[in-house]
Ligand binder design. Structure first.
Ligand code: XBP
Ligand code: MG
Length: 257
């Protein structure tokens, strides 16, 4: 076992996209379509249990039979507009990468460790976020970008991670996934990966049993991360390749001060 690649989730992990970008874009699309409902912050948090925007809309309508019911084609059309609104918002520069993401990507590039992406969101959303936050050549930083409906079953099914591992040609034992949610954790664990969780406001009360560590973020020297679950709870860290390798090596490895 030697670390060859880090596979990143996108929403909630690379950037905190859900509350102020995806949710707002859904609501703009609902308003434009003349729908009489919108998703407030707690309601959206509840429906994050469903991965995939179209699937999330379907579940909401199934739970609210008094609301106008939409065909799959209507959902796809409204979701298409949601993607337009989201992309426009991301392009306006309102999102930034979470602490430590850029630092870790740079360290990986300098050390020859591959970066990859495994996400449920629409490919266009991923490329826009990467280009806006990482600049020109952003997508070339990643050996593989697995996104959206490229696989049959979205997270928490392991399909997207299995797909990415296949494209990388790597054994899961030689990779680590970084996720922010229980759905993502289950997906990556199902593919045989070890998983680091950087939780968000929306996911802080979720169950992360099976994660290597649960952290507030990846941390930067001026903005340290806190371990929030696991044997070193409360410790302040900056997650770098050396710490990742140490955690991957398993329990019993001494924690560095
Ligand atoms: C998060 C998701 C996505 C986004 C919305 O995916 O479940 O559905 O909430 O994006 P991940 P779409 O954390 O795996 O990146 O509307 O494009 O589905
Ligand atoms: Mg996520």
């Amino acid at each position: 076992m030697s670390l060859q690649a880090v596979i990143f989730d996108v929403d909630g992990t690379l950037a905190d996209t859900e509350r102020d970008a995806h949710r707002v874009a859904f609501n703009e699309a609902f308003r434009e379509a003349g729908l009489p409902f919108s998703w407030d912050i707690p309601t959206y948090g509840e429906y994050l249990r469903v991965t995939g925007g179209q699937e999330r809309m379907r579940e909401f309508l199934d739970d609210h039979p008094h609301q106008p019911q939409l065909s799959d084609a209507d959902i796809a059309r409204i979701h298409r507009r949601k993607t337009d609104f989201y992309v426009e918002m991301v392009r306006s520069g309102r999102l930034s990468l979470r602490p430590g993401v850029l630092r870790l990507l740079d360290e990986m590039a300098a050390s020859g460790i591959q970066a990859a992406i495994a996400t449920t969101t629409t490919p266009e959303n991923v490329s826009t976020l990467l280009r806006t936050t990482l600049g020109p050549g952003a997508e070339e930083r990643f050996s593989c970008i697995g996104a959206g409906g490229i696989v049959k079953h979205k997270k928490p099914a392991p399909d997207i991670y299995v797909h990415v591992l296949g494209r990388l040609g790597l054994d899961p034992a030689d990779c680590v996934a970084i996720e922010d949610s229980n759905n993502g954790l289950r997906s990556a664990l199902g593919a045989g990966l070890q998983v680091l969780v950087t939780r968000t406001e929306y996911t802080e009360n979720q169950d992360f049993q099976g994660a290597l560590r649960v952290l507030s973020s990846l941390g930067d020297p001026g903005d340290m991360a806190q371990i929030v679950q696991g044997e070193e709870t409360g410790a302040q860290v900056v997650v770098d390749l050396s710490l990742l390798r140490q955690w991957m090596a398993g329990p019993g490895t001494p924690f560095p001060g």
